[in-house]
Design a binder for this molecule. Structure first.
Ligand code: HEM
Ligand code: HEM
Length: 200
């Protein structure tokens, strides 16, 4: 919400503060969302799991470097560096700030190199990763009931019937026991007698 504060924004408008801020809210959420999607649905794509350790290393290097890139931009902005200039090294006003740009560049290069870990993990796991169970994340949604085979229609035989909403996790009965004996209930599990659909 920070830029919506006009008392602040009148000062930081058109500076690197805006660039730093919107990349963190928008760029990072988009990119990390995409990575999360790949890690999550990889077992559905290839029937194999990606390597967890490489994934963790990739995540931490990437998030630290991403903040290393965009966080210092806020300070450049406070110091008055405008956005959309073709160079930051031609103006005496910015000379004190040039080493911040160098740090940003170093973090950006490290972030780029860290993506090799991801690409390696992706390609290696697609061929050599351990075989994934049908529903590795214990998720409720329908795609995790489809076999990992490439054929028209996704399911053999009848198309599955959906009985419940997708968020039936930790559902307990009056005695505090899990309704299905597990912490998750796939959408294809019929409602038990007297059970209420959480979505309604
Ligand atoms: C309540 C939430 C938000 C408020 C109050 C807000 C407010 C603002 C304001 C006032 C500016 C203009 C800053 C300036 O140039 O001086 C701005 C710029 C921007 N915001 Fe937001 N914003 C919000 C959420 C978001 C979200 C969720 C996204 C993206 C996912 C986003 C993306 C951007 C972008 C890309 C710019 C820069 C546009 C440009 O000039 O190139 N903002 N925001
Ligand atoms: C490694 C990732 C990225 C880097 C290093 C980066 C870097 C930059 C820099 C330095 C600027 C400012 C240029 C200037 O004001 O002179 C910029 C502008 C911008 N970036 Fe990024 N960016 C990245 C990813 C993204 C992503 C993922 C999005 C969108 C989801 C995005 C959207 C924008 C937008 C809308 C602008 C404003 C363009 C303008 O001023 O006309 N960037 N980026």
């Amino acid at each position: 919400m920070i830029l919506g504060n006009s008392a602040l924004d009148i000062n930081v408008h058109d500076t690197y503060f805006v660039v730093g801020h919107f990349h963190i809210v928008m760029g990072l959420s988009a990119i990390f969302g995409m990575f999360a999607g790949v890690y999550h649905w990889f077992p559905k794509l290839f029937g194999r799991m990606m390597n967890n350790k490489l994934g963790t290393v990739h995540f931490w290097i990437t998030i630290i470097c991403a903040y290393g890139v965009f966080f210092p931009m806020h300070f450049l902005g406070f110091a008055g560096v405008p956005r959309r200039y073709y160079t930051n090294s031609e103006f005496p006003l910015f000379e004190n700030m040039i080493n911040i740009n160098e740090i940003i560049s170093m973090f950006a290069i490290m972030a780029m190199i860290a993506q090799l870990i991801f690409f390696f993990n992706f390609v290696y796991s697609a061929f050599r990763g351990p075989r994934a169970p049908m529903n590795p994340w214990k998720a409720n949604t329908l795609e995790w009931t489809a076999p990992v085979e490439h054929f028209h229609g996704n399911w053999y035989g009848e198309i599955p019937h959906v009985y419940r909403w997708p968020y039936d996790y930790s559902k307990v009965d009056a005695n505090g026991e899990y309704v299905s004996g597990e912490d998750f209930i796939p959408q294809t599990t019929p409602l038990a007698e007297g059970e209420k659909d959480g979505g309604h």
